[in-house]
Every structure is written in C-alpha cells, then in structure tokens.
Design a protein around this ligand. Sequence first.
Ligand code: BG6
Ligand code: MG
Length: 221
Amino acid sequence: MQISNNNIACLFDLDGVLVDTAVYHYQAWKALANSLGFDFTKAQNEQLKGVNRMRSLQLILEWGGVQKTAEEQEALATVKNDNYVGMISKMTAAEVLPGSVELLEALRAAGIKIALGSASKNSGLILERTNLAHLFDAIVDGNHVTTSKPDPEVFIKGAELLDTDPSRCIVFEDAQAGVQAAIAGKMKVVGIGEPENLTGADVVVKDLSAITVEEIKALIN
Ligand code: BG6
Ligand code: MG
C-alpha cells in the first residue's frame, strides 16, 4: 500500500469499547453452555472478547469437554446468535459507553478519520440501534474479514480504507486479542478497561471519556 499523506486515523473496536454489548455476548454464550450442561468462568469469558463467533464457540466447547460436528457447531452458533440478536435489537443510544460520542465528534472536528474494526457480524444493527453509524468514515467488521483477531486483518483493512499508513493509526480495544492484532498491524493501541487484561497497550484508560484528542495525537511521532 502506497500512502502519500501524513494523516492520522483512529480505528475503534465496537463491543466493549463504544457500546456495552460484552455483557450480552456473555449472557448468550453462558445460556448456550448451560443448555449443554456446563458453565465457564468470568476469566474464561475474557478470552472470548474480540474473538469471532465460531472460534468463541470452539473455545467454549473445549472448556466444557464437549465435542460437536461442524454441522452441530453451525446450529449452536445460530442458537447463540439468535438469542444475542434478540438482546441487541432492544438496545438504545443510552447503552453507548461514556465519552464515546464526545470523542468521535471531537476527532471528526479535528479532521481525523475514523473506522470501525470489529469482529462482529452484527455491527450494522448495533450502530443503527445506538445511533453511531454516521460518525464513521469506514466500517470493517466480521462480514469483511476471513481471520479473527489477534490477526491484524480487520485493522489493516480499516487503515487501507482510510488511506492511512498503519504506523499512523491508533486502535482502541478492550480485548487482549485486539491489542495483539493492533500490535501485529504495527499500530498504536489504547486499551479500554483494566491493564491486566490489556498487556502491550501503549496506554490504558477506563473508558473513552478519559482520553483527549491531544493525548491521542501525542501517541504518533
Ligand atoms: C467481538 C466480540 O466484537 O465480536 C466477541 O468481542 C464476539 O465476543 C465477536 O464473539 C463476534 O460477534 P458476532 O456478533 O458476529 O457474533
Ligand atoms: Mg471488544
């Protein structure tokens, strides 16, 4: 990719960074595991963050010591997703996490391009329900990639769409797999949440209200 400008760009994960959907993923996976006769811990749930649907299911089945055929796995993933979509269909803008809209608007006002970089195939529904869609210059989600974080594909595609060199991109992530993806893509990364779950992030903040455009710009150069 040949880039001839000095732009910087911001790439945002969705679940757990901009909106509080991580809790719905957890509830829907937990219900599925319980229906199969087992449970998993909150610590195990951390490992599912940022990981795509089929890989998440495979991890959960491993934890439960349950073996399923590829066909059965497809059916189980559909059960989970139907339950999850039922939950997110009722979301409102009130579920946007603190500081998200303010930061996205401030970045736009500063002329900084913004892309979504999410593993989710449901990002369109979530952005529409929470009234965030209009704030993005580009959307890359689980419908556009073939690999799951920690592979950097989702962020590399976002950088390409924003015509920005990866070294001038800042990723916002709540998942360890997402931090690893950003690092693999040679990008800066702002971790959202607790430092112990975000090893390798350049800076960790509790949410997007705790970082400014100036602090973000200072991460580049
Ligand atoms: C990520 C979530 O954003 O999207 C994961 O952190 C989830 O928990 C993944 O498994 C895929 O989401 P979906 O909506 O396509 O099942
Ligand atoms: Mg996330």
